[in-house]
Ligand binder design. Structure first.
Ligand code: SF4
Length: 291
């Protein structure tokens, strides 16, 4: 059976950079990341074995003088204030693309304050990146994750709309379209009242079309991802829509021989949080199952 690893799968540049920074720092001494560096337990364990631990925000006051790495998702200003108060040595591995979105939101927020405007972020409530983005607005931004959240917007006030970088572009367009409609219903001109910044990362927005095409090319698809990765669950659903013989695994032990019965080709893909070594491991295990 021909087995191919998707060349577009695996870590995005932001995550690759953060892991490289953590590994470099660990060569010089103990380092901990603030939250898991990536939504993948296998990779988190691999880094733990190298002495790179993970701490939570509540641990910070007890960590005076420690080296703490901020992951690619970014952090709100309050984290930097805590770090200063607790005398932490920060390594800031915020993805440059996320940092750029934070800056844009901060600038828009300042402008919004002068015209009684509002900031809205299409994102997942509680997602670390969205917490970091919302923090740029003194936590006043409205987080929109579903249509019902649009009722919390005041359509008589100007609105700046942004997105968490990992959201789905098609849904963002729908949300923006619905907001425009509601401004019109309120008797307001959306061209004057609404400013939309499509801040979805190109690495994520381009992936869907590519993975759909990849999923159609093989008899069987094995999608490798941590179960708690939202990007992973979404990309897997795209595979399943294109190829009913698509299977989700978090590690090689979950593979089943019967999935490959009668197949002459298998494609292996993964989320932006899936390490290359894990996909290689899955490939090797499929080859063993064939014997
Ligand atoms: S998905 Fe894009 S914005 Fe998010 S960490 Fe990766 S490269 Fe950066």
């Amino acid at each position: 059976m021909e087995i191919t690893i998707d060349p577009d799968a695996g870590f995005c540049i932001g995550v690759t950079r953060a892991i490289r920074m953590a590994e470099e720092a660990a060569k010089k001494g103990p380092v901990a990341t603030l939250g898991d560096i990536v939504h993948n337990p296998e990779e988190v364990q691999r880094l733990k074995n190298k002495g790179i631990g993970s701490v939570t925000h509540t641990d910070l006051p007890k960590m005076q003088g420690s080296v703490i790495l901020l992951r690619a998702h970014g952090e709100p200003p309050s984290t930097y204030e805590t770090a200063q108060l607790c005398d932490l040595n920060l390594i800031d591995a915020t993805c440059p693309i996320v940092a750029g979105v934070q800056k844009k939101i901060k600038k828009a927020y300042k402008e919004a304050l002068t015209v009684n405007g509002q900031i809205a972020i299409y994102g997942k409530p509680g997602h670390p990146e969205t917490i970091g983005l919302k923090g740029q607005t003194e936590n006043t931004a409205i987080v929109i994750s579903e249509k019902a959240d649009l009722d919390t917007i005041d359509y008589n006030r100007p609105l700046w709309l942004f997105a968490q970088t990992t959201m789905q572009p098609a849904k963002f367009s729908l949300i923006a379209g619905e907001i425009r409609k509601r401004f019109i219903q309120a008797g307001r001109n959306p061209d004057e009242m609404l400013r939309v910044s499509s801040t979805i990362c190109r690495y994520v927005s381009g992936r869907e079309a590519k993975i759909r095409e990849f999923a159609r090319r093989f008899d069987v698809i094995v999608f490798v991802s941590g179960a708690n990765s939202s990007n992973g669950n979404y990309l897997y659903s795209c595979c399943k829509e294109e190829n009913p013989r698509s299977y989700f695994v978090s590690h090689a032990d979950e593979l089943k021989k019967e999935w490959f019965s009668g197949a002459s080709s298998a494609g292996i893909s993964g989320a932006t949080s899936t390490p290359q070594w894990l996909m290689e491991e899955v490939k090797n295990r499929i080859m063993e199952l064939e014997k």
